[in-house]
Design a protein around this ligand. Structure first.
Ligand code: HEM
Ligand code: CU
Length: 840
C-alpha cells in the first residue's frame, strides 16, 4: 500500500478506532499487583524519577541535620561519629542516588516520545536497572538507621577507609552497594545510547535531533568511560578490605594515591555527567520560551562534546595537595581553566537564543535564569580553585563546600526543577501552579544563597569541612548561623515544590501548553503506546515547521499505525541518516527483571555481611533468571520475514549484526567493560612507575609457560567461535554446535591455565602489591572467559532448540563480538603479566 492509499484508508474512523483498540490492548499496563511487572518507559520512567527524587529529599534531611549541628559553636546535637555518617551519606546519596539516576530516569521517561518511538529498545533492561537502583539505594540509605552508614567522606580515601579500625561495615556497604548501582547506571547508559542512535523517526538525521538527545548521547557515553574506573577501584578496594591484598598499603608496595586517581578519573567527569543533562533540559526550555530555534545548534553540540572530552583530562585538580610534580600541577591547572571555554559557549548560546527571540518569563524560564546566575558564580570560584596555589589554601575548607554546591545546585538542581515544571504537563497531563512555582523559586534561590554564600567566607577564614564542630571566636560564628537559617529557608522552598506535586485539584493541561516545537508535545493523550503512529521528520522543530504533523500522528497516517500481530513494535532506523531499517518487536511486561535484580542484589548485600553461601546461591539464581529472561524474551524468530510498516514501506522484522540493536548494545557494553580492564592495567603500570623494581626482586611472577598456554587456548576459543558462525551461516547446525562446544572447552582450558599461572608459581597476593595486581588481572580475564563459555553454551542450546539458524543469528553475532573483546583482554593479560617482566 502506498503512502497515498494509507492516507485514504485512515479517513475511515472505524478502522482508526479498531487500530487504536489493538494498540491499547498490546500496550496495556496491568493493574493490581501485576502493575509492578510493567516495563514500559511511561511507568518505569516515573518510578525511577520519583525514587531518585525521594533519595534527594532523604539526603536533604541529612544536610539539614548537618546545618543544625553547625549552627552554633561547640554544639553537641550529634556525636562526631554520627556527623561523619551524615555528611558522607549526604554527599554519596546526592551524587550516586540522586544526581546521576535522575538524569537516566528523566531520559527514559521523555526521550522515546521526543523521538516519536514507542519505547526504548530494551524496556526490560530499563526495568532491571530501576529495580537494581531501588534495592541498592535502600540498602545504602537504610544503613544510617543502624548507625552503620559509611563515614569516610564521599570519596572514601584510604588508608582511612581501608583500615578496619577507622571504617567499619559502612565502607563495605558503600563499596558493594554503589558498585551494584553503578552496574545499573551503565545498563541504563547502554539503553539510552542505542535509543538515540537507532530509535529515531525516519528523516530525523543526526543533525536534526533535539539537543536533549545529543546531551543524552554524550553523557551516556561519558558514563561508559567514567564509571568503569571506579568499579575497578572498588574491586581493588574491596579486595584489600576483605582479603588484605595490599593495593593501597605502602608497607607492601601499594599506594593510596592509586585510589585517588581511579576515583577522580571517575569523579571529575561525574560532575559533568551531572551537569550536562540539566543543561540539556535548558536547551529544550530556552528555545520554547524564547519562541525561536536555538541559535548555534552546531556550536552547542560541539561545545558539549568538547566539555565531555575535556572533563576526562582534569581529574588531578582534586589532588593538588598530595605533592604532584610541578609539571602535573601546571598541566591539570591549565586543562581545568580550559574547560571554562566550552562551558561558556553553551551559556552564550542560551543568552543569544534569548536575545534572538521574544522571551516569555514563565516558571521554567525563571529556573533557567536562576540556574545560570548561580552556576556562573560557581564557575568563577572554580576558576579560582583550579589555580594550584589558591587551592592549597582553600583545600578541605568550607570554601570548597560553597564552590561545589554553587556548581551542583546551580548546574543541576535548579534546571531540574525548571524541567519538572516544564515537563510535568507532558507526563501527568496536568499543570503545576505558576504561583507556587514562583514561591518555591524565590524561597530556594534566596535560601540557597543565604546558605552557601557565607561558606566562602568561613572557608577563607580557615574553617575546615567535615569537622563536626568549631570553637567560638574565629569569626565563623554568625556566618554559620546565617548559613543554617538559609538551609531551612531553602528546605521550605523544596517543600513548596513537594506540595505542588502532591496537591489535589490541579488544572488539566491544554494541548502543547508551552507551544513547544519538539515531538513529545505532539499529543496529550495518556496512552502507554508513546505515539499513535511514527511521523516522517524534516525539521528540528517539527511542530513549528511541519504543519499538520500532530494530526497525522494521531490519525495514524504515519508509520506503524496498527498492532496487527498484537505485539509491541517500534521502528529502528540507521545511525546517521535515520533510514528505516527494521520493525523491532519489544518485549512485554514481565516480573523477570525485578526477580533478577532481587537475586543479584542479594548476592551483593550478602557479600557485604560475609554471608558467602547465601550470596553465592543468590548470585547463581540471579544469573539463571537472566538466562531465562534472555531465552524467552530476546532474538525470537518472527512469524513472517517482513511487515507492512505503513506509508508504503515494508521492513524486515529481524535484524542481525550491526543492523540490530542487540549488537550495538553488546558493542557499547564491551567498550565500558574494556575501560574497567584498562583501569586495572593502568594500576599495574602505575605501580611499575613508582617502584624501581617491579616485579620486585625475588618474585618469579607467573612465568611464561602458563600465560602462553592461556593465551593460545583463548585464541583457539575465539577462532572456533568464528568457525561456528561460519558453519551456522552455511546452514550446518550440527557443525555449529560442535564448534561451540569445542570453543567452550578451549575457553575453560584458557581460564584454568590463568588460574594455574597465579596459583602454581609462588605468587602470594597478600604479600606484595605486585602479586596482588597479577592475581586481579588474571582473575578478571578468567571470569570473562567463563562468561564467554556461558554465552557459547547458550548459543549451542539456541541452535539445538531451533532459535538460531542461518538467517536468524543475532545471538551468535553478538557472542562473536563479545569474543573479539575477550580475546583482546586475554592477549593483553598474557602480554602484561607474562611478557612485560622480561622487558622491564
Ligand atoms: C539541599 C540543600 C543542601 C544543603 C543545605 C547541603 C549542605 C551541605 C553541607 C553543609 C556540606 C558539608 C559538610 C561538611 O563538610 O562538614 C555538604 C557536603 C556535600 N554536599 Fe551538600 N547540601 C545540599 C545539597 C546538595 C546537592 C544537591 C548535592 C549534589 C548534587 C550535594 C553534594 C554534596 C557533596 C558531594 C558534599 C561533600 C560530602 C563530603 O565531604 O564527603 N549537596 N552539603
Ligand atoms: Cu573536578
Amino acid at each position: 500500500m502506498t503512502a497515498h492509499d494509507q492516507q485514504q484508508r485512515q479517513e475511515d474512523e472505524d478502522l482508526r478506532l479498531a487500530q487504536a483498540a489493538r494498540l491499547r490492548r498490546t500496550w496495556l499496563t496491568p493493574r493490581g499487583w501485576r502493575y509492578w511487572s510493567a516495563v514500559n518507559n511511561t511507568e518505569v520512567g516515573v518510578w525511577y524519577s520519583v525514587t531518585a527524587f525521594f533519595f534527594f529529599l532523604f539526603a536533604g534531611v541529612l544536610a539539614l541535620m548537618v546545618r543544625a549541628q553547625l549552627a552554633v559553636p561547640d554544639n553537641d546535637l550529634v556525636t562526631p561519629g554520627f556527623y561523619n555518617q551524615l555528611f558522607t551519606l549526604h554527599g554519596t546519596m546526592m551524587m550516586f542516588l540522586f544526581a546521576v539516576p535522575i538524569f537516566e530516569a528523566v531520559a527514559i521517561l521523555i526521550m522515546p516520545q521526543m523521538l516519536a518511538a514507542r519505547d526504548l529498545p530494551f524496556p526490560r533492561l530499563s526495568a532491571f536497572g530501576f529495580w537494581c537502583f531501588v534495592i541498592g539505594g535502600v540498602f545504602v540509605a537504610g544503613s544510617i538507621f543502624f548507625g552503620a552508614a559509611p563515614d569516610s567522606g564521599w570519596f572514601m580515601y584510604p588508608p582511612l577507609a581501608t583500615n578496619k579500625d577507622t571504617a567499619g561495615i559502612g565502607a563495605d556497604i558503600w563499596l558493594l552497594g554503589l558498585s551494584f548501582i553503578e552496574i545499573a547506571s551503565i545498563a541504563a547508559a547502554v539503553e539510552l545510547i542505542v535509543g538515540v542512535l537507532k530509535c529515531r523517526p525516519p528523516g530525523m538525521r543526526i543533525h536534526l535531533m533535539p539537543l536533549y538527545c545529543w546531551y543524552v548521547l554524550i553523557v551516556a557515553g561519558m558514563i561508559l568511560f567514567a564509571f568503569p574506573p571506579l568499579i575497578a577501584g572498588d574491586i581493588l578496594f574491596e579486595a584489600q578490605r576483605l582479603l588484605d591484598w595490599p593495593f593501597f598499603d605502602p608497607a607492601r608496595g601499594g599506594d593510596p594515591v592509586l585510589w585517588q586517581h581511579l576515583f577522580w578519573i571517575f569523579g571529575h567527569p561525574e560532575v559533568y555527567i551531572i551537569f550536562l543533562p540539566s543543561i540539556a533540559l535548558m536547551a529544550m526550555i530556552v528555545p520554547t520560551f524564547a519562541q525561536t530555534p536555538i541559535v548555534g545548534y552546531g556550536w552547542i553540540v560541539l561545545a558539549a562534546v568538547g566539555t565531555g572530552f575535556l572533563s576526562f583530562g582534569l581529574w588531578a585538580h582534586h589532588m593538588f595537595t598530595i605533592g604532584l610534580p610541578a609539571i602535573s600541577l601546571g598541566f591539570f591547572s591549565a586543562a581545568s581553566e580550559a574547560v571554562a571555554i566550552p562551558t561558556g559557549v553553551q551559556i552564550f548560546v542560551f543568552l543569544a537564543t534569548m536575545l534572538a527571540g521574544r522571551v516569555i518569563f514563565a516558571v521554567p524560564m525563571l529556573y533557567a535564569a536562576g540556574s545560570l546566575a548561580i552556576f556562573v558564580f560557581g564557575g568563577l570560584t572554580g576558576v579560582m580553585v583550579a589555580i594550584a596555589p589558591f587551592d592549597w589554601q582553600a583545600h578541605d575548607t568550607h570554601f570548597i563546600v560553597a564552590h561545589l554546591h554553587y556548581t551542583l545546585i546551580g548546574g543541576m538542581f535548579f534546571p531540574l526543577i525548571g524541567g519538572l515544571y516544564y515537563f510535568y504537563p507532558f507526563v501527568a497531563k496536568k499543570m503545576l501552579s505558576d504561583r507556587l512555582g514562583k514561591w518555591a523559586f524565590w524561597l530556594m534561590f534566596a535560601g540557597f544563597n543565604i546558605t552557601f554564600l557565607p561558606m566562602h567566607f568561613t572557608g577563607l577564614r580557615g574553617m575546615p569541612r567535615r569537622v563536626f564542630t568549631y570553637p567560638a571566636g574565629h569569626g565563623w560564628d554568625w556566618l554559620n548561623l546565617v548559613s543554617s537559617v538559609g538551609a531551612f529557608v531553602m528546605a521550605a522552598g523544596v517543600l513548596v515544590v513537594v506540595w505542588d506535586l502532591l496537591r489535589p485539584g490541579k488544572r488539566t493541561a491544554p494541548p502543547n501548553p508551552w507551544k513547544a516545537g519538539t515531538l513529545e508535545w505532539s499529543t496529550m493523550d495518556d496512552e502507554a503506546w508513546g505515539v499513535r503512529s511514527v511521523p516522517h521528520v524534516t525539521s528540528r522543530y517539527p511542530l513549528w515547521d511541519q504543519p499538520g504533523i500532530s494530526d497525522d500522528i494521531d490519525q495514524g497516517r504515519g508509520y506503524l499505525p496498527d498492532a496487527a500481530a498484537g505485539r509491541r513494535e517500534t521502528l529502528i532506523t540507521s545511525v546517521l541518516d535515520a533510514e528505516p531499517e527494521q520493525v523491532l518487536r519489544l518485549p512485554a511486561n514481565s516480573f523477570l527483571p525485578m526477580l533478577a535484580a532481587i537475586f543479584v542484589g542479594f548476592s551483593f548485600i550478602g557479600a557485604t555481611f560475609h554471608w558467602w553461601t547465601p550470596a553465592l546461591i543468590s548470585g547463581v539464581i540471579g544469573i539463571g533468571v537472566i538466562i531465562v529472561w534472555l531465552w524467552t524474551g530476546t532474538a525470537r524468530i518472527p512469524e513472517a520475514a517482513t511487515i507492512d510498516a505503513g506509508r508504503g514501506l515494508t521492513l524486515p522484522l529481524y535484524g542481525s549484526g550491526p543492523r540490530s540493536v542487540g549488537w550495538w548494545a553488546m558493542f557499547i557494553t564491551m567498550v565500558g567493560d574494556s575501560t574497567a580492564f584498562a583501569s586495572l592495567i593502568f594500576g599495574y603500570f602505575f605501580y611499575w612507575t613508582i617502584h624501581t623494581d617491579f616485579p620486585p626482586a625475588g618474585t618469579t611472577g607467573p612465568g611464561q609457560v602458563w600465560p602462553a598456554i592461556a593465551g593460545l587456548l583463548a585464541v583457539i576459543a575465539w577462532g572456533l567461535t568464528l568457525a561456528a558462525r561460519r558453519a551456522n551461516t552455511a546452514g550446518l547446525g550440527a557443525r555449529t554446535r560442535a564448534a561451540l562446544v569445542l570453543a567452550a572447552a578451549a575457553a575453560l582450558g584458557s581460564g584454568a591455565a590463568l588460574v594455574m599461572a597465579i596459583t602454581m608459581t609462588g605468587l602470594d597476593p597478600a604479600a606484595h602489591v605486585y602479586d596482588a595486581t597479577v592475581w586481579v588481572i588474571a582473575l578478571w580475564t578468567a571470569l570473562h572467559l567463563v562468561v564467554g563459555v556461558i554465552m557459547q553454551l547458550y548459543c549451542c542450546a539456541r541452535s539445538h532448540a531451533g532459535h538460531l539458524g542461518p538467517a536468524h543469528d543475532i545471538d551468535l553475532q553478538n557472542i562473536v563480538l563479545y569474543w573479539h573483546f575477550a580475546v583482546i583482554t586475554a592477549v593483553v593479560t598474557v602480554a602484561v603479566t607474562g611478557l612485560f617482566p622480561l622487558a622491564s
